[in-house]
Design a protein around this ligand. Sequence first.
Ligand code: SF4
Ligand code: SF4
Length: 370
Amino acid sequence: MEEKGVTRRQFIKYAGATAALLGLSQALVPEIARALEEMAASGKPPVLWIQGQNCTGCSVSFLNTNYPDAAEVVLDKLSVRYQPTVMAAAGYQAFGVIEDTAKELAGKYVLVVEGPIPTAEGGEFCTFGLEEGTKDLLGNKVPKDKPIEVWMEQLVPGAAAVIALGNCASFGGIPAANAEVTGTTAVLDVVKKIDKDKPVINVSGCPSHPDWFIGTVLYYLLNGKVPELDRYNRPTMFFGKLIHENCERRASFDAGLFLEDWNDNNPDMKLCLFKMGCKGPVTYADCPTRRWNSAVNWCVGANAPCHGCAEPAFYKDLSPLYEPLPDINFMGINNAETLGWIAAGATAAGIVGHYLYKQLGKKAPEGGEE
Ligand code: SF4
Ligand code: SF4
């Protein structure tokens, strides 16, 4: 580390930040420091990061990480061989890197997939690079666009693990809201058809929080295994608690104090946003405690309802985003105020969360309270 101009003090600070990122005790900092040193000595783990039906929002969110910063992760901690948003190389040169890595480092690289996989029409809704096509009338080989589905068949077998980054890659997300056109398929479903035993980690969110991604990668590298996952393959260390449980406006929900109109201009009241469409009661993520943009704020803190962007039901089954959750009818009670009073008296976060999940035709995830 010192050869690279990193002082012992800076290194220990970095190990401390890693512990905080992973939700570990600071007492484990010496152990983390040792593991990081061993990791640095054994060479940088290779990563291939490909993009399907995505908006690059998760790449941009990753670039907003500040500790460690994105350049440090891409250039120093990992050997990111291919990342189309930030790499300078393009065309054959770049695609050649993917193919070389797949051959030379089979079994060692982590495959990050941002965006789901369109499978309709031979996969031609998302292609990059070329593959061998048919022959023309003169017998010359004519190359054709290479669908990401074909890349997956090529890259999944040699991957040590696959990370589906963002809600779209994890569950289909926004592209799956009209899936019948493009055949949008979640990464996990595509991977399981290729190799049912391949570890797949869903780091969901729209976009995914940079800590969720970097924390998952660091956990995997430090421990050599996939972190504990919930029933939707999300790491429980980031997606184990209901937003509603830790929300700073929970007291307003319990007291039946709801914002009814966006023009009610009294932000100090911190009214609950349930009636304005907040999906916090059915969403598992640590946004209220981790917060976003270097812990500056988060959706509800900025007076916006949680849209449930970490959930499998997002977007199709949680929209319209600014409408309350559908068909709220708990034990014959169907208005939010009364539900709030019941919640106050009956430790009902779990009951309400579980109930609302049932309303959406889902089961509450393991790892979260039911
Ligand atoms: S409904 Fe939303 S705003 Fe209200 S307490 Fe729950 S998470 Fe917070
Ligand atoms: S608060 Fe809800 S909508 Fe906002 S980032 Fe977290 S899970 Fe997504």
